[in-house]
Every structure is written in C-alpha cells, then in structure tokens.
Design a protein around this ligand. Sequence first.
Ligand code: XMP
Length: 317
Amino acid sequence: MKQNRVIMDYKKFIAGQVESIKREVGGGIAINALSGGVDSAVLTVLAHRALGNQLKTIFVDNAIMREGEPQSVVNAFDDLGIPVELVDARKAFLKALKGLTDPEEKRQAVTQTFYKDVFVKAVKRSKATYLMHGTILTDIEETVAGIKRQHNILAQIGIDPEKAYGYKVLEPLATLRKDGVRQVARLLRLPKSIAERIPFPGPALATRIVGEVTEERLATVRAATAIVEEELKNTGAFQYLAVLLNDCATGIRDGKREFGQIIVVRCIDSVDARQATARELPWKTLHRLTRRITSIPGVNRCLYDLTPKPPATVEYI
Ligand code: XMP
C-alpha cells in the first residue's frame, strides 16, 4: 500500500516536472550535459520527454572518464532515441589539471574548464538559453554545509548563472535524493544498466587520484576501476571504486625490488550517500581483487578501505 503511494508520488513528480520544464522553456532551446551517472541520465530522459528536439544533450569527454565510457553512454542514449553529441575536450581538462594536487583546486579546475571553457562554447553553438542540471538534494546540502563543493552547484552558493555564464539553470531533480532518482529512473523505463548504475562523480576519476592527475596515473586508476567494477557488480552494493594514492611502497616483482603504486578499493552500502558503511566482502573476493589489481603495471599494493562515512567521505578528494 505504502509502496503504491510512493510510486504514485513519483509518477506525479514526473508529470509535474515534464509540465514545468515545458512551461519554463516554452519555444526556447535547452541544453544539458550527460555525465553518464543516473542523475544526469534521468534528467536527460525527463527533459527529452518535455522538450523533444528542443533539448540538446552533450557528453563531454573530459579525459577523466572510465574505460570506454564516452562511447557507451552515447550508444545507450542512441538506443533510447535521444541524440547525444560527443564533445572531445580531453586536452583542455588535462591542461587545467596539470600540476594540481590540492583536492579543491582539482575540483575547481574541472568545474571551471567545464563551465567557462567547454560548456560555454557548446551553449553558444546550440543557442540555448536554458541549462538543465541533474543536481540532487544531497549535492546542495553538502555544498551549502561546506563539506564538499559539488561540481554542479551554482545558485545555492551565490553564483548567478545568468550573470556569470549567460543562461538560466533548471534543476528538476533538486528535491530528490539518490534513492528517489532511481525510483524515477525505473518509472521512466530506463534500462537497468542506467537505472541501477552506481553513482559516479562529476569530476570523475579526478576524485579517485590523490595528487596530480596525469595521463599515466589516469590509465592506472582506470584499469583498477574496470577490475573493481567487474568483480563487484553482483554485490548489490551502493558504490564500489578504486583510488590511486599519492604514495608508493616497496615490493618485489620478478625477483627485483620495486617502489610501486598503491590502489585502495572501496565498496560501500548506503541509501543516499549521506552516510555509508564498508561492505564485508568475502576474503576470496578481496584476494581476487588484490591479485588482479597488483598485476596492473607499476601497482604492487592493494588495500581495502573499511572507513564509514562519516568520518570519511565516499570519494578521496
Ligand atoms: P562524497 O565523496 O561526497 O560522495 O561522500 C557522496 C556521493 O556523491 C558522489 N560525488 C559527486 N557527485 N558531483 C557529483 O555529481 C561531485 O562533485 C561529486 N563528488 C562526489 C560520490 O560518488 C558519492 O556517491
């Protein structure tokens, strides 16, 4: 009974948001950027339902995505009948991240490159005056509380996007948390690969590299991420990820001393990412992960992070 009421509420939410997007945008053009995560995917489907070809959706390849991610996201939306333009901005992001090690500076570099450089050009090309954002309630709360500046938060921290960047921002998901977004995803009949997709942050693999983001270090964390996602996909955990630390440890490979890199694996249970606990993974799984991850060139340690949130956060920057 309660579940039915919840579903009805989300059905009403969808109808209400589709109407209000239509009303707000009118005959104009709106643009949104897909990150591949469930929030921006839901937003894209909702906005496409409201606006059809008045919506321009782009996917920015920022060089910090997972293995094969840009093309697989574009293909998944193509299957849904939603065209997505792939924008190759790898050089701009790598340049902006070069030499940065401070977590907030790295986040800022990604945000600034995205909004001030890449996105501005895409908005101009599209002639859009509305920007659709997949911001959810948790993003707003944590940014406002000063815990972490989420990539997609502008107005709530005093940035007027119309003045700063020349467009109005619409945030249809701003009252939902992650569990609500997934309910909406199911009701919108998004494929499981998207609706059940584990969260992935806007600043992407930059949040999982402690220290400088370089192409070489990206390749390492990308390889570890692919292994973790493959090994843990059937756990049903809220999120699982690999992090590259900015430290090295002595090890032995082929009988020789090696000062190698360290990967941390995280697998957490959570409802809405505000609090999280580490999953008690079987030793067999942990051993298999360790074996596979330490076969990545240059990596000779693999650690499992048991820290709950709080005091930790989910990501490392
Ligand atoms: P933290 O690390 O803050 O992460 O505990 C909470 C949840 O949010 C995701 N996350 C982000 N999502 N933009 C996003 O859209 C971001 O800048 C961002 N930073 C973290 C993280 O993956 C986790 O699910």
